[in-house]
Design a protein around this ligand. Structure first.
Ligand code: GTP
Ligand code: MG
Length: 352
């Protein structure tokens, strides 16, 4: 019964003589966040050196988990606005349609769409759940869970249409089917409402041949696309699945080196996703976003790590950044492309 000590971890540490550079903030002394700040206590990564190992991930900035080579990173105000647009309500998110064939997709909608594609099991459905603060998509540890093109609307109001449509796509690779690839390629090529395609790459496994193949099709057919590195918890803290607390107890040096490792992965991927001198169309947007759906910021934000930046990117892709003043992309040539005239449907073998 008395096997477990009733003394808290911090007291035990100080009793052992551990030096804590800053006192641990108790809930009782916590100052309330100012209204509209969305509870983000954001510090620069470089400042982490001068303070003790931070709690959780709350102090990270969007630039710490992403690379903005050709675009302007969002500021705190942009991210707060994006979170607000995606905020869950009675009318958001809503399931709009499921379609196995491109021709059965409702063609008369006006809402801008963004699609999430990638290898099976890379985390596409989980990201949509994180973006929409819901469990609207089915997820599974077994590949091949999503078998149709599923559309979800967000930002809707009572009696009003959704503002943005998110498309969850079946994956390619393991447990995939050839016909899925054909229908998805038709959608990517012909859908007028499509503003951007997010290609998810598992941060631990990196780019596979099938990813490279689809990247080349994106360029060939002028499909505007951006890379999201999924499951970055596997890079930042391999044992994070056992609980975020475990990571917070690690030393700050370990954490900084993990963040640097993440940046290195992005830098290594850059020349492949943005190949120089390749004549067949524009590469991916010069902005790579890292995210995880298993690590959350502390309340009241409780957003999954990196999710706000993806929300902002979707707002930019769909032209719905509202009144927020954000500078234009530095390199528009990399972010969008002229529609391609070639309407022949390329075959991408999803069942590889
Ligand atoms: N560690 C970790 N696991 C994740 C993360 N996101 C999703 N997963 C897990 O990865 C598995 C696959 O997630 P899904 O969202 O179903 O993947 P998907 O890409 O939609 O898969 P398909 O529909 O089969 O193509 C599930 O077991 C998730 O719990 C993440 O950020 N970190
Ligand atoms: Mg899925």
């Amino acid at each position: 019964m008395f096997g477990r000590s009733l003394v808290c971890t911090a007291c035990r540490a100080s009793a052992r003589g551990a030096v804590r550079l800053q006192p641990k903030r108790s809930h009782a002394t916590k100052t309330p966040e100012p209204a509209g700040s969305f509870g983000k206590s954001v510090k620069r990564l470089t400042e982490i050196n001068s303070v003790y190992a931070p709690k959780g991930f709350d102090d990270l900035e969007s630039t710490d988990l992403a690379a903005y080579w050709d675009t302007i990173p969002p500021n705190a105000q942009d991210l707060a606005y994006a979170d607000k647009v995606f905020k869950r309500s009675r009318h958001s998110p809503v399931k709009l349609f499921s379609a196995a064939k491109f021709r059965t997709i409702p063609f008369d909608s006006n809402e801008p769409e963004v699609a999430f594609i990638g290898r099976s099991n890379v985390g596409k459905s989980s990201i949509i759940n994180a973006l929409t603060e819901s469990k609207i998509c089915y997820t599974s540890k077994h590949p091949g869970k999503t078998t149709e093109m599923n559309a979800f609307g967000i930002g809707g109001t009572k009696g009003g249409e959704s503002k943005i449509v998110l498309l969850d796509m079946p994956g390619y690779g393991k447990a995939s089917r050839r016909e899925w690839g054909i229908e998805i390629m038709k959608y990517l090529q012909q859908r007028k409402q499509l503003r951007r395609t997010y290609l998810l790459i598992d941060s631990l496994h990196g780019l596979k041949d099938t990813d490279k193949e689809i990247l080349s099709l994106f360029r060939q057919y002028g499909i505007s696309h951006q890379i999201i590195l999924s499951k970055i918890d596997r890079i930042l803290a391999p044992r994070l699945n056992k609980g975020i607390k475990e990571f917070t107890e690690k030393k700050r040096e370990v954490r900084i080196s993990k963040l640097n490792q993440l940046k290195k992965i992005m830098e290594t991927m850059r020349p492949i996703v943005q190949p120089i001198g390749v004549s067949a169309g524009p590469g991916s947007l010069g902005e790579m976003l890292g995210c995880t759906t298993v690590a959350k910021l502390s309340p009241p934000s409780q957003n999954c790590l990196g999710i706000s930046s993806i929300r902002w990117s979707i707002l930019q892709a769909t032209g719905l950044t509202g009144d927020i003043k954000s500078e234009e992309f530095k390199s528009p040539t990399l972010s969008s492309s002229e529609p391609h005239n070639d309407t022949t449907t390329p075959e991408f073998t999803f069942d590889k």
